[in-house]
Design a binder for this molecule. Sequence first.
Ligand code: AMP
Length: 210
Amino acid sequence: MKLIMLGAPGAGKGTQAAILSQRLGVPTISTGNMLRSAAKAGTPVGLKAKAYMDAGKLVPDEVIIDIVAQRLAQPDCANGFILDGVPRTIAQAEALEQAGVRFDTVLSLEISDEEIEARMEGRRFCHKCGATYHVDNAPSRVPGVCDQCGGQLEQRDDDKPETVKHRLEVYHQETEPLKDFYAQRGILCPVENQPSIEATTQVVLDALKL
Ligand code: AMP
């Protein structure tokens, strides 16, 4: 299964990708997580990316294309993968196509901007392993502590309200055109966000006939 999770920042791509990843036994490739790890480790790519990320801007296509190509070449991707947060521009989608990467389905999580803005406020991530939580919808067992690795939970710099507004504008301008791109290829599968994570998972599984 080769899958793309498409959707606005905060739509729940990462959450649904993690559930699908377990169920299908294929890795999730999140460019956001990869860039955050690189930034934390202080690598040249990470340092370059951090300025864009903190401002809610997209990291340049060539940086993304490079890290995704390297990641897809790893052996654990041989039986499939879930792309979370990539491609985010037509140029990235074309680069993947040119590299011979083909997808079975592009799941587009549909949700309103208003709902996203309300939701981002409560989002938290583990600074150690990248696991994601939400203070209301998906809290950790111990507040502020990661269930998986015991790391400390933090709010992402780019989840602050002004940055969120900007990221939504970037999404509509740069990423939403990918819906037409993949609809033309007959693999776009829109899924409406539901009131709970579990209910959204159910419509995702139905859409994938799982
Ligand atoms: P995410 O965790 O997917 O919301 O990504 C966080 C930030 O990382 C984005 O706001 C961008 O600055 C950067 N980023 C992640 N993936 C991409 C991508 N495919 N193209 C460009 N920038 C990206």
